[in-house]
Design a protein around this ligand. Structure first.
Ligand code: XIL
Length: 300
């Protein structure tokens, strides 16, 4: 195979990227994105502040631009993200208690209703656990509405669009030895035991010197999969762009049948949220394939 998507398809997987609506007029960008990737995540355009800028008033213009570009080019779409402490509009950040809880439910219904039947998987809840050794939930406004907010989000999401896979997505849950990983693992196990609807775990996999790739990544993927959920690598980037590390990530996913696909968090280094100097992606600022690209293609 000569593209990332075609190579991933050989094992029934996808290879995706984050797309920014503001770059869809950049022909170098769209040429690479259209050629190499078959799964699309909106980098910001389906987040809470973008889709519900005013309470009860939804705006899907930028999200739809990405959705339509993807589908017109034969690609599937991951939805990102419905319940998150970050990128909340001011009106939501000012709410608390039962009104915030209801706003979360209304938001999930509004956005999933608009895209009903059209989304491969939704990141229903994003980044709900704290970093460090506590294994605790992150102390967010959503958490303060009650510990059951995550399962309420998932139950709401299942009813809103039964066709979408429902994912829990987070960073720093890649290393099996970390407390945060264990805490998310325990939550997913509990959800499966109690019948709370959850279909997948998204490992963001932003690797850097503080959160480096560890060879126990494969154990993490295997362990989540053994709970009966798919695992998706949802926001992959590797500071420094090590070709070896990129190959390790691909090999670890391919070793687990329920690791269903990999998404990188941007097309070129100049598109990365980390800045071009991080050299974290598969194409350089001119759109040339980097060593990491070849390494990924060969591993798939
Ligand atoms: C980032 C985007 O890439 C940036 O453009 C934006 O300014 C902030 O959010 N985890 C996530 C993503 O789940 O939504 C974040 O995306 C990166 C970290």
């Amino acid at each position: 195979a000569s593209t990332l998507a075609a190579a991933a398809q050989q094992s029934g997987r996808y290879f995706g990227t984050a797309i920014a609506a503001g770059k869809l007029g950049d022909q170098t960008y769209t040429t690479i994105a259209n050629r190499e990737f078959d799964m699309i995540t909106a980098e910001n355009e389906m987040k809470i502040d973008a889709t519900e800028p005013n309470r009860g008033q939804f705006n899907f213009s930028a999200g739809d631009r990405i959705y339509n570009w993807a589908v017109q080019n034969g690609k599937r779409v991951r939805g990102h993200t419905l319940a998150w402490h970050s990128q909340q509009p001011d009106w939501m950040r000012s709410l608390s208690g039962s009104s915030l809880r209801q706003a979360m439910i209304n938001h999930i219904n509004g956005v999933m209703g608009h895209y009903k039947g059209k989304i491969y998987a939704w990141d229903v809840v994003n980044e709900a656990f704290a970093d460090g050794n506590s294994g605790a939930r992150r102390d967010s406004n959503l958490q303060q509405t009650g510990n059951d907010w995550i399962e309420v989000a998932f139950r709401t999401a299942r009813a809103a669009d039964p066709a979408a896979k429902l994912c829990y997505n987070d960073y720093n849950i890649d290393n099996w030895n970390w407390a945060k990983t264990q805490a998310v693992y325990n939550m997913v196990r509990d959800f499966k035991q109690r019948g709370v609807p959850i279909d997948c775990v998204g490992l963001q996999s932003h690797f850097n010197s503080n959160s480096p790739y560890n060879s126990n990544y494969r154990t993490t993927i295997q362990s989540f999969a053994a709970l009966g959920v798919d695992v998706q690598i949802t926001e992959l980037d590797i500071q420094g762009g090590s070709a070896t590390t990129y190959a390790n990530v691909v090999n670890d996913c391919l070793a687990v049948p329920r690791c269903t696909g990999i998404t990188v968090w941007g097309v070129r280094d100049t598109d990365s949220w980390l800045g071009a100097n991080a050299s974290a992606l598969l194409f350089d600022g001119n759109g040339n394939k980097k060593a990491a690209y070849t390494s990924v293609l060969n591993a798939l």
